[in-house]
Design a protein. Structure first.
Length: 379
């Protein structure tokens, strides 16, 4: 809305100067003057924003860093001016002055993710870093490559201020290395050193226990788990939870050998088809991933088994997808978006305030989180 329209709506005499018009024109003149001074390819600087806003350069700098001691209105005004004139921090200059890169590196395996779990995590971390001085880069490593190589490169070159890691192991050598080198980081998953570092985790031990209890309540008498790689911490938690519930109910269980829930759907389906060809049979399956659940559907139906009648299938999922595959699948939600946003904040705090207590969150699922399906045997 321009000043004339505003004056008409307010009943102000548009032929007389509008209150504050002088200040408004002065700001515009300052911005035009600053813009003229940027001709010839010059880039706007903190000093440019300071001249336009009338604030001191240190105040502008702290406002752009979202410093809590700078008022919200001032932070928003400084950010608006910076956006209007196209201000971008000079990373080389920032690094020379502060030793910081303003980069958070997400270290990921290049293994394919059939249901976009990794994509969702990456996007949510990027969203968590939005409107902060930090930028996200992804540092990949290949399945046949030592994961330590990528981590060691970042630490030795100081090419990031903090790292985010997933697929953690109990005594993860990457975590031991980062702790020994005082490198800020956060993990999606826990380790035996979790009391010393930031993490976000879904309680897979409770998931395994609740999943087994839900299947046993549906009169399933032999259970199968398609588990994550057993070297990883969350796989061990999941197995422990299943074992606890199964032993308590005196129900036998097994873990599918020859594959993991991290493998491709084709590989999981082939191994499960082979397992279905010999006894003992099972009538309840818990899956460590959506990919495993989709593969299980293919194997079970190829064997002539009906999900919800001959066998029940339960899986956690980051997005509501599996009910669109088969409505009789039992599901439990896992908030990967919330995990990514939390990890972004945890990494920033670790980089900016290394002496602060690490941010940590363990999300514990509940039985009422399981989306049930009617048993076809009762229909």
């Amino acid at each position: 809305m321009d000043m004339l329209t505003r004056a008409m709506l307010s009943g102000h005499d548009a032929t007389r100067p509008f209150p504050g018009a002088g200040k408004f024109r002065a700001i515009r003149r300052t911005m035009r003057k600053a813009a003229k001074g940027l001709t010839g390819g010059a880039k706007p600087t903190l000093k440019t924003i300071a001249e336009i806003s009338g604030l001191a350069v240190p105040t502008v700098s702290r406002a752009l860093k979202e410093a809590p001691d700078i008022g919200k209105a001032t932070r928003e005004r400084v950010r608006r001016i910076a956006d209007e004139i196209g201000y971008v921090p000079n990373r080389a200059g920032v690094r020379l002055r502060t030793g910081k890169t303003n980069v958070v590196s997400l270290v990921l395996s290049t293994e394919l993710d059939a249901v976009h779990h990794t994509t969702q995590l990456t996007a949510s971390i990027a969203a968590g870093l939005r409107d902060t001085p930090y930028h996200l880069i992804v540092t990949p490593y290949f399945p046949d490559e030592d994961p330590m190589r990528a981590v060691r490169y970042i630490v030795e070159t100081r090419s990031a201020d903090a790292l985010i890691l997933n697929q953690t192991e109990p005594e993860d050598p990457r975590i031991a290395f980062l702790l020994a080198n005082n490198m800020p980081f956060a993990t999606h998953g826990r380790t035996i050193w979790s009391d010393q570092h930031p993490y976000f985790d879904f309680d897979n031990e409770v998931y395994g226990r609740l999943g087994a209890q839900a299947l046993i309540a549906r009169r399933r008498r032999r259970l199968l788990l398609i588990a994550p790689p057993r070297t990883q911490m969350y796989a061990q938690h999941m197995i422990a939870g299943l074992a606890s519930a199964a032993h308590g109910a005196e129900v036998p269980f097994e873990i599918l050998d020859g594959t993991t829930s991290d493998d491709t759907a084709d590989d999981i389906e082939a191994v499960l088809r082979a397992r279905l060809s010999w006894p003992p049979t099972f009538d309840g399956i818990i899956c460590g991933s959506v990919t495993a659940a989709i593969a299980a559907v293919g194997a079970l139906e190829a064997a002539g088994l009906e999900i919800g009648n001959d066998v029940d299938l339960l899986s956690k999922e980051p997005i509501p997808l599996l009910k669109r595959v088969r409505r009789s699948i039992l599901t439990m939600p896992e908030d990967v978006t919330g995990a990514g946003r939390f990890l972004a904040r945890a990494a920033i705090l670790a980089a900016d305030e290394p002496d602060a207590p690490p941010m940590q969150r363990l999300v514990v699922p509940t039985a009422d989180g399981i989306t049930q399906a009617p048993s076809l045997r009762d229909v």
